[in-house]
Design a protein around this ligand. Structure first.
Ligand SMILES: [Zn+2]
Length: 107
């Protein structure tokens, strides 16, 4: 009468399928199909799901969008170059005005 109880408890405590089940919290499931990950599986349960996951992570960018972006970058480079040239001219004039005022007022 005592023996069956002991055997039952030993079985429950023994490492086996129940231990594997207890190591499957919700975040250890395949993010694609929901299958619990086993052993050294980390990101997905299979090559198929891993490929689907990497496709999902890749952000699709159209070639035309990249060309539009290149046009914007080139225009911005041109505009900033103009602003820089304007600022250089303004700075030259400010230095001239400052020098003239200092010469007139003495120091
Ligand atoms: Zn999967």
């Amino acid at each position: 009468m005592l023996m069956p109880t002991l055997v039952e408890e030993t079985e429950r405590a023994a490492p086996g399928p129940s231990v594997v089940c207890s190591r499957e919290p919700s975040q250890d499931t395949c993010p694609v199909c929901g299958t619990p990950l086993r052993g050294r599986q980390r990101s997905a349960c299979s090559d198929r799901c891993r490929a689907a996951l990497s496709r999902r992570r890749r952000i699709p960018v159209r070639a035309q969008d990249l060309r539009d972006l290149r046009v914007l970058v080139r225009e911005t480079v041109d505009r900033v170059s103009e602003i820089k040239a304007d600022a250089t001219v303004m700075l030259d004039r400010l230095w001239e005005a400052k020098t003239a005022l200092e010469g007139y007022l003495g120091g």
